[in-house]
Structures are given as C-alpha cells and as structure tokens.
Design a protein around this ligand. Structure first.
Ligand code: 1CP
Length: 351
C-alpha cells in the first residue's frame, strides 16, 4: 500500500498520535459529553444515578455519540468515569447530585483489606458492551478513545472519599504511611492495566490516562506516585497486538513534563491550560505529539478572546503533531455556538 493510500485509510487522530503533522489538526474536547448539551441533560434524566447511567450501554453509548453527531469531532471518548475502577475493586462509590463523588475512605490497613484482590471485570461488562455499540455506530473516520484515571489521581479520591481542592488527605497519607499508599497504587496499576486491555479488546483505538491531580505532588514524589505507575501501565498494554497509542494527561506537571514524557513512554502529552505551547514545542522531544490546550474559560467567553487563543495555539504547534483540544474539561455553561465557532476556526485552516 502506498503511504498516501494508507494515510487516507487511517483515522486523523491515530495518524497524529503516530507522529504525522496534519493541517487542520484532529479535534475533540475533554468531557465533550456533558451538561452543556441539552440532549445530554435529557438522557441523564433517564437514569436513576450517575453510575447506573455509566453501566447502561444504551444510555452510555448514546451519550458518547451525541457530541460527535452534533459537531463532527474526530474522536469520541467512551462515556464512563475514572471512579468505576474503585467501584469494580469493591469500594462503595456513589455520585450525589451537585456534590460529586462519595466513596468509603481508605485510610488504614483494615480499609485496604476490604478491597478485592483483583478488579471485577464482570461488573464492568456494560462498559465493554458500550464500546462495542459505539464502535459499530461511529463513522469510519472517527476514532474511539478509551480511558482510565492514573493511579495517583484515582487513589486520591479513594483515600479522601470525595473531591477536594488539593487532595491533601492523599498527600498526607503518602507522608504518614507510604507503604499503604504504595500497596493501593500497585493494586490500581494492575486493575487499570487489565481494564485497559479489555477496553482495547472491545474496540477502542486509543487510550487516555487522566492524571488530573499530578500537579499537587512535591518534587521528590513525582516519580514514585505518578511517573512510575503510569510507566508500568503503558508497558503493560504495549505488547497488545493492536499497538494502541496512549495519551498522558499529567495536569499541573509543568516543569517535569519532559521527564514524564521520557519515562512513561506515552505517545502524546495532553497539555493543561498553563503550559505555553511555544515552550512545549521547543522543549519536548521532536516528533512527540501534543494535545491541547485551549482554556475552557476562553471557549466559554467566545468572541475575539476565543479567536485569538485558538490562533496562538495553532501558530505555536504548526510544526509538530498536534491534536486540538482543551487544557481541561469543557464547562457546563459553555454556549453551543462557541463550540461551533471553535470547530469552524480549527477546520478552516488549510494545509
Ligand atoms: O451527571 C453529572 O453531573 C455527572 C458529572 C460527570 C460526568 C459527565 C462525572 C462525575 N463524570 C462524568 C464523565 C466523565 N468523567 C468522562 C466522560 C467522557 C467525556 O469526557 O465526555 C471522563 C473522561 C471523566 C473523567 C474524570 N472523572 C476525571 C478526569 C478528568 C478531569 O476532569 O479532571 C475526574 C477527576 C473524574 C472524577 C469526577 N467524576 C464526576 C465528577 C464531578 C468528578 C470530579 C470530582 C471532584 O474532583 O470534585
């Protein structure tokens, strides 16, 4: 097959994750299924709880497809949550309306002993069924992204038992009882690796590892709690015959992004809103794909601020494989018209 034929047959997102520079770049948005869409709010009302929603393939598949149908994004991301992993490890997880997640906190050896030794993949069967349904409904040019939370980020919710501004309970436990935190991280590395391998078998094209709380770690803890566990997951899924590319999102990693990229072996770095794209282009290994990093507030604001922010990101990353995205999840108040404008701005770029 000539490279040209092969190029046109492969999805744009995968071409960029494998190192090609495309203009216009592929585009999708973190948290693209969600409350800013009226059709999502209507669907959400059909399920009794958020976890029921995630575990009902008819609803979860529809939520995954909604933003692709409306905006023609280059990728769909599986509709689920990072906290289904603790749920499938036997920790009680609930989502209360307007309050976020609640989990029975793990603070002692006794709490840890209550977890399953292995992730219960049967409990997650509806997630794999969702992947199969989405796979068969997606246009051939649209990639499907599977995901998990990075061990540190998931552990920080398992330890605190709820969302916090700075994940102080997990950081404190990591100082007081590092052996316990290490056992929890090891359990999550194994659970996440098995979970991602099943997602790959069910049909996802790429994986994103969300480390939303990487940035709260002090320097001497980056390697132990963030980089090493993610590197083990990447090494664990690499041997899969489909060689599915991995996007890492170590939010807040800043000065240690280069080390994270080099040691974890991810194929693409998702940049948060404070990383300067021109710095990223100068500092990261040539050829490494980057994703990002429009400020969700610029998208909410729209107008000239949005136009300027999009142009600045593209100008800085024109010579590098780039997936256009936000620097964090889309906000529920975002007007649909601003997302439409973003699609137009990114797509009107001509080679
Ligand atoms: O109906 C509702 O209001 C539930 C809100 C909601 C949604 C839509 C939650 C609860 N999770 C999700 C979906 C979700 N979560 C996706 C779906 C796919 C998509 O992107 O469209 C993904 C990838 C996630 C990942 C996720 N969950 C992260 C990592 C990304 C990030 O935003 O930093 C984190 C930290 C979570 C935990 C979580 N789940 C839900 C909430 C409100 C939170 C944050 C809790 C907190 O810190 O306060």
């Amino acid at each position: 097959m000539s490279s040209e034929t092969k190029g046109t047959a492969e999805k744009a997102l995968l071409r960029v994750l494998r190192g090609e520079i495309l203009s216009p770049p592929p585009l999708w948005l973190m948290r693209q299924a969600g409350r800013y869409l009226s059709e999502y709010r209507a669907l959400r009302a059909e399920a009794a709880s958020f976890l029921d929603f995630c575990y009902t393939p008819g609803l979860a598949a529809e939520a995954t497809l909604q933003p692709v149908r409306r905006f023609g994004f280059d990728a769909a991301i599986l509709f689920s949550d990072i906290l289904v992993v603790p749920d499938a490890l036997g920790q009680k997880v609930t989502f209360e309306q307007g309050e976020g997640p609640k989990l029975a906190p793990i603070l002692t050896d006794e709490d840890f002993a209550k977890l399953n030794d292995e992730i219960d993949l049967r409990r997650l069967a509806p997630v794999f069924e969702t992947i199969a349904r989405v796979r068969s409904a997606l246009p051939p040019e649209t990639a499907l992204i599977g995901f998990c939370g990075a061990p540190w980020t998931v552990a920080s919710y398992m330890i605190a038992g709820h969302g916090t501004p700075d994940q102080a309970p997990a950081r404190l436990l990591a100082y007081r009882n590092p052996e316990l935190v290490q056992r929890l991280i090891d359990r999550l590395v194994e659970a996440s690796t098995s979970y991602l391998l099943r997602q790959i078998e069910a049909g996802v094209d790429a994986i994103q590892i969300f480390d939303s709380w990487a940035g709260v770690l002090p320097p001497h803890e980056h390697d132990r709690w963030c980089i090493a566990p993610v590197a083990r997951i990447v090494a664990g899924i690499r041997p899969h015959e489909r060689n599915v590319p991995v996007i890492g999102f170590p939010r807040g990693a800043g000065s240690w992004l280069e080390t994270y990229a080099a040691r974890t072996g991810v194929d693409c770095l998702s940049l948060d809103t404070v990383v300067a794209p021109d710095w990223a282009d100068r500092s990261l290994p040539r050829g490494l794909a980057v994703q990002g990093n429009l400020d969700p507030l610029a998208l909410l604001a729209g107008g000239a601020a949005l136009d300027r922010a999009v142009a600045a990101i593209r100008d800085a990353l024109r010579e590098r494989p780039h997936v256009f995205n936000l620097g964090h999840g889309i906000l529920p108040e975002t007007p649909i018209a601003h997302v439409e404008r973003l699609v137009e701005l990114v797509r009107r770029e001509v080679g």
